[in-house]
Design a protein around this ligand. Structure first.
Ligand code: CA2
Length: 145
């Protein structure tokens, strides 16, 4: 089993800017933890981060060739991108949406997700654990499909 781990805009700054909001872990730290979990589960991961909507969409399109699912934090595109939503819907791969922060406790504009309705589920508010919980959920979903 292989999963695409997709990180949206500005997440490359994690741990380097505004640690008060998003914590001190870097994206590299999160990817390492995900890698450790994938060894435990026995699956393969493909990591990709981009600040560009089109590149994220291309990664989703390419995933259909060799991935069984997508774990994604679309970052600010969560709230705006019908194009990412349509890409996920078009490829039909199971996807889990994750967020470090609890988007429902924050500004009103973060309460809406364009992605949630095409995802199996959404996990938010647990910092980097959101990703680990999300990978477990995605793995179990695909295994039981
Ligand atoms: O809580 C999350 O994971 C978010 O997806 C993070 C996005 C935000 O727009 C979403 O509403 C919720 C922002 C990611 C920006 O990451 C930064 C990291 C360090 C410094 C500045 C931004």
């Amino acid at each position: 089993m292989k999963f695409l781990i997709l990180h949206g805009p500005n997440l490359n700054l994690l741990g380097k800017r505004e640690p008060g909001i998003y914590g001190s872990q870097t994206l590299e730290d999160i990817n390492i933890s995900l890698g450790e979990l994938s060894s435990e589960l026995g699956c393969e991961l493909l990591f990709f981060q981009s600040n560009s909507e089109g590149e994220l969409i291309n990664a989703i399109h390419n995933a259909v060739q060799d991935c069984n699912g997508v774990l994604l934090n679309p970052a600010a595109y969560t709230h705006t991108s019908i194009a990412i939503r349509d890409a996920l819907s078009a490829v039909g791969l199971p996807c889990v949406e994750v967020h470090l922060s609890n988007i429902h406790r924050r500004e009103l504009f973060r309460h809406t997700s364009m992605i949630a309705s095409v995802a199996i589920g959404q996990i938010c508010g647990f910092g980097s654990d959101s990703y680990l919980l999300g990978l477990r959920a995605l793995f179990n979903y695909v295994k039981n499909q």
